[in-house]
Ligand binder design. Sequence first.
Ligand code: SPV
Ligand code: MN
Length: 630
Amino acid sequence: MNRTDNKKLVLEKLSKYMDDVNLEKISRINNYELLKWILEVVELVRPRKVFVVTENPEDLEYIRRVAVERKEEYPSKYNPRHTVHMDGPRDLARDRENTRILVTGYAKIPMINTKEKMEGLAEIREVLKGIMENKEMFIGLYCFGPKNSPFSLYGVQVTDSAYVIHSSNILYRICYDVFTTRNNIQFMRFLHSAGERDENGWSRNIHKRRIYIDPEENIVYSVNTQYAGNTVGLKKLSLRLCVYKGYRESWLCEHMFIIGVKGPGDRISYFTGAFPAGCGKTSTALIADTVVGDDLAIIRNVNGEARAINPEIGMFGIIDGVNPRDDPEIYEILTSRETEVIFANVLLTDDGDIWWNGKPYPPKPGINYAGRWTPGMSDENGVEIPPSHPNGRFTTSIFYLKRVDPRIEDPLGVPVKGMIFGGRDPDTWVPVEESFDWDHGIVTKGASLESERTAAVLGQVGKMEFNPFAMLDFLSISPGAFVELHFRFGKLLREKPRIFGVNYFIRDENGKYLTDKTDKLVWLKWMELRVNNDVEAIETPTGLIPIYGDLAELFGKYLNKEFSETLYIKLFSTRISKHLEKIERIWKIYEAINDTPRKLFEILMWQKKRLEDARMKHGDVINPFSLDRK
Ligand code: SPV
Ligand code: MN
């Protein structure tokens, strides 16, 4: 049989599950691999009907409508395009424990949860068997990056959740047309089912929540969960597939924002930045002069230059604390009558208002992620239930931002001048520091990133955790291999981006934060000057820090604020013991990872030596005024 006959046969079998309209839509897809996979899926999950999402506005409207009809989303009274989705009290964040990379023959990947592939597939197939009986299955076809960009990947989302497909339609470019015009594209496959839903609409079989990633086959399975970080394939599940591919092809797939920072004149310099969830990543992106992306980046070498694209066109941001004073732009988007927003795990009051922690008035009774909510209510353990959850989220288009950078559509991306790494660190890193060179930055900033845990992951909040490149949750390869990839990537660049570490969370001896939310603008402006060689810096044992006068000037210029020498000394002193303790922790972790490049240990060793030598000369805490300029 030839391909045409094969396709006919597949379509004939699919016709049992699809009406004529949707069969017609799917028959226009020429990618035989895709059709074959769709057939495999429907024969496994046996949906009552299938809906294919095209770029047609009627299709998008249909998804919005069924999301509300099936009570996956509840509209606000003030704007029917503002809907609230509730995940349920046990499904409010990413599930690390049950997210596993499928590997052949019990191979281990250091620090990454794995599962033997045959066992995993057998288990997940059993759970998925017939899971969509009586349900509608949605198929969405997306570009993971600008259309016609050599950087872009492609993804197909299959799900029985109208919320998941609605979110995908906001977050990614719908690329049905690419799939109908090109028959040979490779694509990532995401199969999701919310499973049985209870009377509240929550996934009932949380104990059978599974997220299994098969990088060899480019497929992710996700079941019995609704939280978008576990279910919207192109959001974070894609990252593991993307990293796997990038590792083989020597390019980077990162958990990074992409922003433009303005310098003197009309100059604009682009930075990418990696922060664990809830550590100031979105707020940094929003304070910048232009935004290309707020969460993900694909970075490739184009003629010796590192260039970045944002694979997304939407934001899935943390809503907790968003308020009109500190976040006027996002607040405006979230309360406008003109925008489309899906809110997750906030409060929908009985009078139809959407309330989250940050609204400038108190909450009224309503429903939230845990059911009926009234002020002062507590759970079965006597713990008060907050009206909106700390990991509550908003899903909306990035194009609502006034500062969205038109180069978000540039098929060759933007040139990366600097990479920023930051976490929640009470007492070690200074607010901003440049590393000595690419390799030094990769090791001491990216690979050494640690942060206090936030609410984006199930479990105890506040614990200090190792999170290299803010990617630990999203790796499909060993952290050692990921470090090696960065060395390899940097080596081939003609012009390497500078690497910076930032820390917005330094506290004094009483636990009080020493910097303001808005101060990060000054750190950005300083980095912009550095990547253009406009200012000198002070050399510390761990990197290059700003000269007091440069910062004082930037504080005055951008924030109209005094910046005292006393505060500068508090913020920018090198805390040697803290750094040495950190090196010890990081060393131990990588020592247990068998494929860590030797170079990582060499760089850590030199850093340790510089710190010890400096301690002999200056004591345990070095005042930046006692160091030389460079
Ligand atoms: C993050 O946690 O880094 C997020 C949200 O951006 S999630 O999709 O849950 O990963
Ligand atoms: Mn993220």
